[in-house]
Design a protein around this ligand. Structure first.
Ligand SMILES: Cc1cc2nc3c(=O)[nH]c(=O)nc-3n(C[C@H](O)[C@H](O)[C@H](O)COP(=O)(O)OP(=O)(O)OC[C@H]3O[C@@H](n4cnc5c(N)ncnc54)[C@H](O)[C@@H]3O)c2cc1C
Length: 416
C-alpha cells in the first residue's frame, strides 16, 4: 500500500521505518527543510522507560495557585481566550485522580517496555545509526522528605509492573554521581534506575532518515500539508498547493500541529502544546558534569550527557502555540542549572531552545485508526515522544496490517 505520513519528527520517522519494514510504499512529508525541525530536535534526551507517570496526578489541584502566579514554577498556566486551552485544562484536571494516574502509568509502562525492546532491536538491526545512545542509568534526586516518601510508594507500585529501581540515601546518591556532591546537604534521597538510557533525538532522526532513504522511503521536505479533506469516495486526501498527494492511506504524525490539521475533518484530538526549554553545553574534558542521567524532581529539570555535550531540559508552560522564549523562564532554567552544577555555568555558553510537547490531558498518546478508513493517527506523546517512538510506531504498523486491535493497541486508540 502507498502510505503518506505527515510529519518528519521522531514519531513520523519511526512510523515510516516500521511501515516500510512491513513492505509498504512510504512517503513522509514535512513543512521544514530538514527532519526533526520542531519538538524532536532539542528535547531532554531521556529514554525514560520507567518514568512515565503522567503530569496529571493526584497532587496537582493543590499546586494550581502556584502554577498560575509564580514565574519560576516548573509548570505555569497562562490562561488565554481559547476554548481549546480551557477544554484541555478541564480534561487535564478531571484526570488528576490516583485511579486515573495509576491506570495511565500502567498502560504507558506496557508501551515503554515494548519501545525499549524495539529500540534495542533497531540498534542491532541498523548499525549505521549513531546517536549518542548510552545506557546511562537515571538518578532522580529529591530535596523534600515527603516527595521522597511518595517516590518510594511509586517505586513499590512500579516494581510490581516490572521496573527495577532502588531507593538511595543522600550519601549513596553522591557516591553514585559525584557531580552532585555540593548539594548533598539539601538532598532527602533519590531513586536509581540502572536500566534507563539517554540519546540525542535529533541525531536519531537524522540517522533514521538516512536509513529510510536507503530503504526507498521518499522524504518530501519543504512540503506543508495545507489541509485534509474528503473525496467523492469518502476517503481522506492530503492537499499540497491545492492538489491531493497520491496515496492510499494517510498517517498524521504532526506533533503539536495535529489538532489544527484534523479540525478540517471535524476530528477532535485533545492535543495541546506544553512549551518547554532546553540548554545545551559543550563540555571540556575537565568540566565537572554528571555522567548519569539526573532528574532534579522538585524543579522538574533533567540533565543528560549526549556525547561531549550536556543537555538540560525542563519547564512546562500551558500558554498556546508560540515558540518565543520568555527570558524569565529561560533565566529560571539557567538558575536551576547553576544551583545544581555550579562548575558548569559561567565559563561555558549554552545554546537555548524551546519546543512544544504535543500533550494529551491524560498523558497517553493517540495511536490507531479514525472513523475514516484511510486515516490513521500517531500523535500526542507529550513529554515522552522519544521514549515511546518505536513502540507507538510498531503498534501503528501492526494495526494497519490487520485492522483489528488487540488489547495494547485498543488502549491508545482515539476513542479512549
Ligand atoms: C523541553 C522538552 C524536553 C523533552 N524531553 C524529552 C525526553 O527527554 N524524552 C522524551 O521521550 N521526550 C521528550 N520530550 C518530548 C518529545 O520531544 C516529543 O514528544 C516528540 O519530539 C514529539 O515528536 P513528534 O514527531 O510527535 O513531533 P515533532 O517533532 O514536532 O514533529 C512533528 C512534525 O510535523 C510537521 N508538521 C506539522 N504540521 C504539518 C503540516 N501541516 N504539514 C507538514 N508537516 C507538518 C512539523 O514540521 C514537525 O516536523 C521533550 C519535549 C520538550 C519540549
Amino acid at each position: 500500500m502507498r502510505i503518506l505520513i505527515v510529519g518528519a519528527g521522531v514519531i513520523g520517522l519511526s512510523s515510516a521505518y516500521y511501515l516500510s519494514r512491513a513492505g509498504h510504499d512510504v512517503t513522509v512529508a514535512d513543512r521544514h527543510g530538514d527532519v526533526a525541525g520542531e519538538t524532536s530536535s532539542g528535547n531532554g534526551g531521556q529514554l525514560s522507560y520507567s518514568y512515565v507517570a503522567p503530569l496529571a496526578g493526584p497532587g496537582v489541584v493543590s499546586k494550581l495557585p502556584r502554577w498560575l502566579t509564580r514565574r519560576d514554577s516548573p509548570v505555569r498556566l497562562r490562561p488565554k481566550l481559547s476554548l481549546e486551552q480551557w477544554r484541555w485544562c478541564f480534561e487535564f484536571l478531571s484526570a488528576c485522580t490516583r485511579e486515573r494516574s495509576e491506570l495511565t502509568t500502567r498502560s504507558l509502562l506496557s508501551l515503554s517496555f515494548l519501545s525499549r525492546t524495539l529500540m534495542h532491536e533497531l540498534i542491532d538491526t541498523e548499525p549505521t545509526l549513531d546517536f549518542d545512545f548510552v545506557r546511562s542509568g537515571k538518578l532522580v534526586v529529591h530535596r523534600d522528605a515527603n516527595a521522597m516518601q511518595n517516590a518510594v510508594s511509586l517505586l513499590e507500585f512500579q516494581r510490581a509492573l516490572g521496573c527495577e529501581q532502588q531507593a538511595l540515601s543522600a550519601d549513596a546518591c553522591v557516591e553514585l554521581e559525584p557531580a552532585l556532591s555540593h548539594i548533598k546537604p539539601l538532598l532527602a534521597g533519590g531513586i536509581h534506575t540502572p536500566s534507563e538510557e539517554t540519546a540525542d533525538c535529533l541525531r536519531f532522526c537524522e540517522g533514521l532518515a538516512a536509513v529510510l532513504r536507503e530503504r526507498g522511503v521518499r522524504l518530501l521536505m519543504n512540503t506543508p500539508i495545507d489541509t485534509l479533506r474528503l473525496n467523492a469516495n469518502g476517503d481522506v486526501e492530503a492537499l499540497q498547493n491545492g492538489a491531493p498527494l497520491a496515496t492510499d492511506h494517510i498517517v498524521v504524525a504532526s506533533g503539536a500541529g495535529a489538532a489544527h490539521l484534523l479540525k478540517a475533518l471535524h476530528i477532535r484530538v485533545p492535543v495541546y502544546p506544553l512549551k518547554g526549554y532546553s540548554l545545551t553545553f559543550d563540555l571540556q574534558p575537565e568540566t565537572v558534569a554528571p555522567r548519569l542521567s539526573v532528574t532534579d524532581f522538585s524543579r522538574k529539570v533533567v540533565y543528560a550527557r549526549l556525547g561531549d555535550r550536556l543537555r538540560v531540559a525542563g519547564i512546562a508552560d500551558i500558554e498556546g502555540y508560540s515558540l518565543e522564549a520568555d527570558p524569565i523562564r529561560l533565566g529560571t532554567l539557567h538558575t536551576e542549572t547553576a544551583a545544581l552544577l555550579p562548575h558548569l555555568t559561567g565559563s561555558i555558553t549554552a545554546r537555548e531552545w524551546t519546543g512544544l510537547r504535543p500533550a494529551t490531558p491524560r498523558g497517553t498518546p493517540i495511536v490507531g485508526p479514525t472513523r475514516y478508513r484511510n486515516l490513521w493517527l500517531n500523535v500526542g506523546h507529550g513529554a515522552l515522544g522519544f521514549t515511546l517512538a518505536t513502540g507507538s510506531a510498531a503498534l501503528l504498523a501492526d494495526w494497519l496490517a490487520s485492522s483489528t486491535g488487540h488489547e495494547l493497541r485498543r488502549t491508545f486508540a482515539l476513542a479512549n
